[in-house]
Design a protein. Structure first.
Length: 71
């Protein structure tokens, strides 16, 4: 496990996967599908730190149990 630099604004796809604790292949699929925002910097693909947080927020909203929300 690598330590992310403090104040990092952009992450490699591998760093984003590590932060989410998912596999590299899964992270590349999320980026390719547009589920996780990414940007190109020259020839490099990077994931904004905020995009990782936004993805988790969407996951939390879409996977809420409707029974517990009604209670």
């Amino acid at each position: 496990m690598t330590t992310l630099p403090i104040g990092a604004v952009l992450l490699t796809v591998e760093e984003a996967a590590e932060r989410l604790r998912i596999g590299r292949t899964t992270m590349y699929a999320l980026v390719s599908s547009g589920a996780v925002e990414s940007v190109k910097v020259g020839r490099l693909r990077r994931v904004p730190v905020e995009a990782v947080d936004a993805y988790v927020t969407v996951l939390r909203m879409t996977t809420r149990n409707p029974i517990s929300a009604a209670a």
